[in-house]
Design a binder for this molecule. Structure first.
Ligand code: FAD
Length: 470
């Protein structure tokens, strides 16, 4: 036994949900152990998700700027080349530093860290096959399952992480593929497609649905798709993948219209399968203790994140809700607050969503279609970055801010931003909606000039009155 018989909280999984829950629990004075099988902390997000993808998005953007924008700004460079191993090296270093940083935070907060694969023996005992080949039993009054999610494959497609890759393989390709096909036009597919398109790949995105990123406001989505097309990404929407052959040099992908019809064969060097993610509970032996899951395998929890088994909780990608790192973190904090006898709350309606392409697309609250469907009378205020002085000064003025507010009360219902730094700009809107602000509240707050944030103020003016600069 690990000698931690008297844990208040045991957490299985050290991703953004699990590690944040562990630190918060320790801060609340609970004796805490976190079990992680990967060998490093940070989960999908730090190791093979958010962080490495943002590292490559930034590096590839710099290359693209050097090729296409520097001259325009009067910066002369010649022979701009990609050094892929160096680019991958910077990404790997960022990941390694951050995962070690969490180990440091565990030590600082006195969280016990057990490296190994956990499975339930009983609702308060976890057996861990440790990475060094041993076994230990960790006991706790409360156990939080934070085992996250894993790549979803498609029927008949075997991911080899060389020619047919998941996002994990797409983050570590050894060569720039001449042709890359991305299956699935969600945010992960578009982000990874952008990286390789900037580095020189011909990228085709194949999507079964009629639209890219289904959760996006449809007006913003149309502009976003046009922007990606200008960046030479091709889209085949309403298209179904029916077969894959990777026996030759490259990969041959057979597709047909979603509604049925003639088949076409697409050729590529690499195919990225980014058709979604599944909750990961393999090997946990949830059935042994009777934990209920939904049809998709997600653990069902109440508003305190407790499953149907007393003392067993679940958070993050393994439960229903948006599969995002910041949502997992919020779950983690609220869950341990409940365990500590306090109150916790996560408002899933106010989880911002960001696509980290260029421009970025960020949103919070309802889309216009959702507001329309709800029957509420509303007003829309928009402001394009073409009329924003900072965006013009730096010659990066594609995109807009769109605010949807209740017609009667002016309460903000949804904000959608397409801009180079939309992922940063959105938080003013998250805060505003959280405090039930009106568009006039945002419009009457002094915003520094010249900033992109002024576009939010002007869109707020446009919602209930008139903007100044257009
Ligand atoms: P995970 O991060 O999946 O962590 C679960 C951990 O549990 C894993 O480390 C796993 O090894 C461990 N584990 C599982 N079972 C066991 C077991 N039985 N015993 C011990 N350990 C176990 N989200 C964003 O918000 N922003 C982004 O920009 C973003 N980009 C992404 C890009 C990519 C390419 C991908 C794939 C995902 C991205 N995500 C992003 C999603 C984000 O990574 C997840 O939402 C987040 O990691 C979920 O956190 P989690 O703690 O629930 O699970």
């Amino acid at each position: 036994s690990s000698g931690s018989d008297d844990n208040d909280v045991v957490i299985i999984g050290g991703g953004p949900g699990g590690y944040v829950a562990a630190i918060k629990a320790a801060q609340l004075g609970l004796k805490t152990t976190c079990i992680e099988k990967r060998g490093t902390l940070g989960g999908t997000c730090l190791n093979v998700g958010c962080i490495p993808s943002k590292a490559l998005l930034h590096s590839s953007h710099m290359f693209h700027e050097a090729q296409h924008s520097f001259a325009h700004h009067g910066v002369k460079v010649s022979n701009v080349e990609v050094d892929l191993p160096a680019m991958m090296g910077q990404k790997d270093k960022a990941v390694a530093n951050l995962t070690k940083g969490i180990e440091g935070l565990f030590k600082k907060n006195k969280v016990t860290y057990v490296k190994g694969y956990g499975k339930f023996i009983s609702p308060n005992e976890v057996s861990v096959d440790t990475i060094d080949g041993g076994n230990t039993v960790v006991k706790g009054k409360n156990i939080i399952v934070a085992t996250g999610s894993d790549v979803k494959s498609l029927p008949g497609i075997t991911i080899d992480e060389e020619k047919i890759v998941s996002s994990t393989g797409a983050l570590s390709l050894k060569q720039i593929p001449k042709k890359l096909i991305v299956i699935g036009a969600g945010y992960i597919g578009l982000e990874m497609g952008s990286v390789w398109a900037r580095l020189g790949s011909e990228v085709t995105v194949v999507e079964f649905a009629p639209d890219i990123v289904p959760t996006m406001d449809s007006e913003i989505r149309r502009q976003f798709q046009r922007s990606l097309e200008k960046q030479k990404m091709k889209f085949m929407l309403k298209t179904k993948v029916v077969g894959v052959d990777s026996s030759g040099d490259g990969v041959k992908l057979t597709v047909e219209p979603a509604a049925g019809g003639d088949q076409t064969i697409l050729e590529a060097d690499v195919v990225l399968v980014s058709a979604g993610r599944n909750p990961f509970t393999a090997g946990l032996e949830l059935d042994k203790i009777g934990v209920e899951t939904d049809k998709g395998g997600r653990i069902l929890v109440n508003e305190k994140f407790e499953s149907n088994v007393k003392g067993v909780f679940a958070i993050g990608d393994v439960i229903p809700g948006p599969m995002l790192a910041h949502k997992a973190e919020e779950d983690g904090v609220a869950c341990v607050e409940f365990i500590a006898g306090k109150h916790g709350h996560v408002n899933y309606d106010l989880v911002p969503g960001v696509v980290y392409t260029h421009p970025e697309v960020a949103s919070v609250g309802k889309t216009e279609d959702q507001v329309k469907a709800s029957g509420v009378q509303y007003r829309v205020g928009k402001f394009p970055f073409m009329a924003n002085s900072r965006a013009k000064a730096i010659d990066d003025a594609e995109g807009l801010v769109k605010i949807i507010a209740d017609k009667e009360t002016d309460k903000i219902l949804g904000v959608h931003i397409m801009a180079p730094n939309a992922g940063e700009l959105i938080h003013e809107a998250v805060l505003a909606i959280n405090y039930e602000a009106s568009s006039e509240d945002i419009a009457r707050v002094c915003h520094a000039h010249p900033t992109m944030s002024e576009a939010l103020k002007e869109a707020a003016m446009a919602t209930h009155d008139k903007p100044i600069h257009i």
